[in-house]
Design a protein around this ligand. Structure first.
Ligand code: HEM
Length: 421
């Protein structure tokens, strides 16, 4: 057996001590500069394969996708996703396949069911749930030690409270939908939850009838995974635009030229806006909302680049690090420069939506939503950071591990632009 290079580890904890004190994606990127693009680390008894180059990412997401298409089990995912009834956290199995097909047809298919209205309180709850999904010791230290630490540290109590709140919140979403009368909701008004509830009252086209728990688990995916990642991307995009007057001017003139004089920018106008697409792409290069994507677990033994990889190894692709690597993006890798995509054919250098069987199924609608929102914000308004801070000095600090967002909320002051005069 030839195992991938690995930093020296300590008894019991493995490499845990090398990840403390900074975000995991940063610590892992630093280690990879010493141990290479295919590195193995251990946290307790669990092994992880850390991927830090486009060539190795291609191995996981394409060449050996049939092997790395499962997800690791974790206590938080099991609890928050109703015992893996969802898509995102479910191991590879028949239920996952059914749910994924269903999400694609109901959420992204011709009905293109819109997102439901979350109300004001969802954000905090979602961030709390994402925090829980980042870490239970019992996942990496099975047995009495992990259980004891999770009990003493209060982690179990926290997970229970988080799940109870989330579950109650999802119940209210479902009840609100069930209480609407046929007259109140026209076909055009129906959203994703209406679509799911209809499917729980009859078999779908694939002969499967959704249970209430299935419906709840799919709402969790959209809430915890989808909506937040899309909003986070909008915030990073707007932040990068505002920081650069050059990008703002170039983008505003593209948006206004292609839209002409009307109330709003629409989906058809967007199709012609090539610079806007490059701006969003550049944002995702520098600020992928999921910096390590989601772990892909191997189903069987395989070889990558001459190294042996054992079954049940979790592969983490350091999208954040690859996106900032000067060996790929040149000396200006740290600069927000959307024009780089004029001459850059992206393959596995950028995979902010993952790839292969477990890729994000909402890539196209999410990109379209981000582009539409940004175009409308810049069409009629100019934006200032205000409060005595220059636009170029906007604070860009990050926070979070599963999803990385701006540490400080983005507060901007709009002024109506009179560009038409
Ligand atoms: C800008 C917005 C978004 C980004 C950057 C994003 C990113 C990702 C990433 C990195 C993954 C993991 C891919 C992998 O493991 O290879 C993923 C999976 C997933 N995403 Fe998204 N996502 C976004 C929006 C959405 C939305 C709006 C939905 C709503 C339906 C969604 C639903 C999912 C689901 C269900 C999965 C799991 C797929 C599977 O495991 O089979 N995402 N997404």
């Amino acid at each position: 057996m030839v195992v991938p290079p690995s930093p020296p580890k300590l008894p019991i904890i493995g490499n845990l001590h090398q990840l403390l004190g900074k975000p995991s994606h940063e610590a892992l990127w630093q280690l990879s500069t010493e141990y290479g693009p295919l590195m193995q680390i251990h946290i307790g008894s669990k092994q992880f394969l850390i991927i830090s180059s486009p060539a190795m990412a291609k191995q996981i997401l394409k060449t050996q996708d049939h092997i790395f298409c499962s997800r690791p089990m974790s206590h938080a995912a099991q609890r928050l996703a109703y015992n893996y009834l969802d898509v995102a956290f479910s191991p590879q199995n028949d239920h996952w396949r059914e749910m994924r097909k269903l999400l694609v047809t109901e959420f992204l298919g011709p009905k293109k069911a819109r997102l439901f209205n979350h109300g004001p309180s969802w954000e905090l709850m979602v961030h709390e749930a994402q925090g829980m999904l980042g870490g239970s010791l019992v996942d990496n230290f099975p047995g009495w030690l992990g259980r004891l630490i999770d009990q003493i540290s209060g982690w179990n109590r926290k997970l229970h409270k988080c799940f109870t709140n989330l579950d109650a919140y999802i119940d209210t979403i479902i009840d609100d939908h069930l209480n609407q009368t046929v007259e109140e909701v026209s076909d055009d008004d129906k959203d994703f939850v209406h679509a799911l509830l209809e499917l729980s009252s009859k078999e779908n086209d694939f002969g499967y009838r959704l249970t209430k728990e299935d419906v709840k688990a799919l709402i969790v995916d959209v809430l915890i995974g989808g909506t937040d990642a899309t909003v986070v991307t909008m915030v990073w995009t707007m932040s990068e635009i505002v920081r650069s007057s050059r990008v703002t001017q170039k983008l505003q003139s593209e948006i206004r030229n292609h839209t002409g004089r009307k109330q709003n920018v629409d989906e058809v106008d967007i199709l012609k806006m090539t610079y806007l697409k490059m701006v969003v792409k550049e944002t995702l290069r520098m600020h992928p909302p999921a910096p390590l994507l989601m772990a892909h677990e191997s189903l069987s033994h395989c070889q990558i680049d001459g190294y042996d990889v054992l079954p049940k190894t979790s592969a983490l692709i350091n999208e954040w690090g690859i996106g900032r690597d000067p060996r790929i993006w040149g000396d200006n890798a740290a600069e927000f420069y959307p024009e780089r995509f004029e001459n850059f054919e992206v393959d596995f250098e950028m995979v902010p939506f993952g790839g292969g069987r477990r890729s994000c199924l909402a890539m196209n609608i999410s990109l379209a939503a981000v582009e539409l929102v940004i175009a409308n914000l810049l069409y009629s308004f100019n934006w200032e950071v205000g409060y005595g801070t220059k636009n170029e000095d906007l604070n860009m600090q990050e926070v979070g591990s599963l999803v990385v967002r701006k540490k400080f909320p983005l507060c901007l002051v709009p002024t109506k632009s009179n560009w038409e005069d």
